[in-house]
Design a protein. Structure first.
Length: 221
């Protein structure tokens, strides 16, 4: 086994060596003509030519509300989220960390969020409301919304029955410049404290009747 040894002026060295096992044939790698840019990786075209390229930043995770969430205030952070337990689910990359309604993204970049909110009234009470996606850059001290959707429920006086379950989808993209101080929440505005955010399970053939959310990284900064 041979080595290519590069000796530093200080005396220590760096070596390139052959594979542990004997290759099936002679292999030649052609180095790039110029250096790449910051954060690029060395990739091959499958024929021995190497070049610098930017790795795909794409990664995703899916989440669901694991049990019905009863709002504790009319303006409130939606809680009870858990990473998907759907039978065929598998995340790509690193998932956000989650605690008590608050998500922390694992890296800087441009992130897209889509939340499907199943909201209902056990008793038919009139309601005009909104769901928003909110982002904080100061570890959750303050939030600004970057996406919103609203709706209205009729009351029993309007002829509306109880327990009608409707799905509102809110989606948007936000920038994470500092992952350590960036926070994400799903927020209810003017929702009733006697209403429910539908939770459940995504496991099994009859699962999936619950509020859910998809979080994906679209690009690096």
């Amino acid at each position: 086994m041979s080595n290519l040894k590069l000796v530093h002026s200080g005396g220590n060295s760096v070596s390139l060596t052959t594979p542990t096992n004997n290759p099936s044939s002679n292999i030649t790698f052609k180095l790039p003509q110029a250096d790449g840019t910051a954060n690029q990786s060395l990739v091959t075209d499958g024929s021995g030519s190497l070049s610098f390229a930017t790795p795909s930043p794409y990664q995703f995770s899916s989440w669901y509300v694991s049990s019905d969430y009863t709002p504790t205030a009319t303006d409130v952070t939606i809680k009870n989220w858990a990473e998907s337990n759907a039978d065929g689910y598998e995340r790509l990359g690193t998932a956000p960390t989650y605690s008590n309604g608050v998500f922390t993204m694992p890296s800087t970049g441009y992130w897209r969020v889509q939340a499907s909110m199943i909201y209902y009234h056990p008793t038919a009470n009139g309601d005009t409301f909104a769901f928003t996606l909110r982002h904080s850059t100061d570890s959750g001290s303050s939030y600004n919304h970057f996406a919103t959707i609203g709706g209205r429920f009729g009351s029993s006086g309007d002829g509306s029955p109880s327990n009608q379950k409707f799905n509102w989808v809110v989606a948007g993209t936000f920038k994470v410049a500092n992952a350590s101080t960036s926070r994400l929440i799903v927020y209810g505005v003017d929702i009733r404290t006697d209403a429910r955010i539908m939770g459940g399970t995504q496991a099994g053939a009859t699962g999936g009747y619950c509020t859910s959310m998809h979080i994906e990284k679209m690009a690096n900064l």
